[in-house]
Design a protein around this ligand. Structure first.
Ligand code: NAP
Ligand code: ZN
Length: 354
């Protein structure tokens, strides 16, 4: 077991400001407390939220930032009071590393809505730890409260499983919570990291799945990923021809777009859930009022639900389609992600940190 008293250094990639590239650095990891687990990171997915945060598009980024919240790896050390995890076990870490664990939301297994504020894997004050700013998975190691670790089901490869820790749970949670079932007509808007997981998970739930994309060249891929139909949003008359068609729409788009147009694709009483988080986009009451449509949001999922999602994906052979990259390629990967040119999630091989 590692020395539990001293800080340890690990290599990482960080950005110094909203206009700086990610560059190599060395960071300190706090010593694990009794309930902490140290994970040697093998792979880390690249989420569009990493890019929003690095470029400070939501405000509030604490620089220098080390992003990354789709982590898989192996337990390197456990705190003295940890009983349910063993050194050498393969595990995942998603968007959270701690929370108060006592408020109503935490007790209901929705730690993402912790009333004291969950400790995000990066860019959070580690208020239940050492008070430092958390640093994410573009690094060699991470220290996590034992309750925030996920078990990787037998046989799931660590590289293609990493994106499930954010993209997987973020799409599984609203599909599951809103009761999507066999035969439902579901549209997934945006075929990126979240979107491609949404297609696979909705198909595994038995839904009839349509991809709505602004990229004409993704038609064939949508089919290969399992989608039943494809709509090109830019095509003349697409919204009119498909009005009132869907029971449920999951909107994963990262850039501002017209929510009102997409709401028009819902049947009477249908629901659209936003998981994509672009800057403000206008909403007209009429788009909801007519036909009693519902618009909702969803934020990742709790830890229990994340484990449920991993087990669901294992049962249904659902994995992410990835482009494995060396960490030195990260800035190019961000540029490509901004052009919607990801097939369909970049995953960093953390060994390339050296
Ligand atoms: P991504 O891989 O970049 O995918 C986003 C997709 O949005 C693109 O592939 C593209 O799909 C579509 N898109 C991009 N620009 C567009 C534009 N100008 N007009 C129309 N469509 C456009 O990103 P991601 O990692 O899936 O993340 C998507 C969003 O979800 C981000 O805003 C991210 O911050 C957010 N997110 C939210 C949560 C949550 O808990 N709610 C969790 C993780 C991420 P097409 O090419 O098919 O059109
Ligand atoms: Zn994410």
């Amino acid at each position: 077991m590692a020395d539990l008293c001293t800080m340890s250094s690990t290599r990482a990639y960080s950005a110094a400001s909203a206009t700086s590239p990610l560059v190599p650095t060395t960071i300190e990891r706090r010593p694990p407390g009794p309930h902490d687990v140290v994970v040697d990171i093998a792979f880390c997915g690249v989420c569009h939220s990493d890019l929003h945060a690095v470029r400070d598009e939501w405000g509030g980024t604490r620089f220098p930032i080390v992003p990354g919240h789709e982590i898989t790896g192996t337990i390197a050390a456990i705190g003295t009071a940890v009983t349910q995890w063993q050194v050498g076990q393969q595990v995942g870490v998603g968007c959270m590393v701690n929370s108060c664990q006592t408020c109503e939301a935490c007790l209901e297994h929705e730690e993402q809505f912790c009333e004291s504020g969950m400790t995000a894997t990066y860019n959070s004050i580690d208020k239940f730890g050492d008070g430092s700013v958390t640093k994410g998975g573009y690094s060699g190691q991470v220290v996590v409260n034992e309750r925030f670790l996920l078990r990787i089901p037998e046989g799931m490869p660590l590289d293609r499983t990493a994106p499930l820790l954010c993209a997987g749970i973020t799409t599984y949670s609203p599909l599951h919570r809103h009761g999507v079932k066999a035969g439902d007509k579901v549209a997934i808007v945006g075929l990126g990291g979240l979107g491609h997981m949404g297609v696979k998970i909705a198909k595994a739930m038995g839904a009839h799945v349509t991809v709505i994309s602004h990229s004409a060249n993704k038609r064939e891929d949508a089919q290969l990923l399992g989608a039943d139909d494809f709509l090109l949003s830019a095509e003349e008359g697409a919204f009119k021809r498909n009005a009132k068609r869907f029971d449920f729409i999951l909107d994963t788009v990262s850039a501002p777009h017209d929510y009102n147009a997409y709401l028009g694709l819902l049947r009477r009483g249908g629901t659209m859930v936003l998981v994509g988080m672009p800057e403000a986009s206008p909403l007209h009451a009429g788009a909801l009022v007519h036909r009693r449509r519902q618009l909702a949001g969803s934020l990742i999922g709790g830890i229990r639900e994340t484990q449920e999602m991993l087990d669901f994906c294992a049962r249904h052979n659902v994995l992410s389609d990835i482009e494995l990259i060396a960490i030195g390629e990260i800035n190019t990967a961000y540029d490509r992600m901004l052009k919607s040119d990801v097939r369909y999630r970049f995953v960093i091989d953390i060994q390339t940190l050296g």
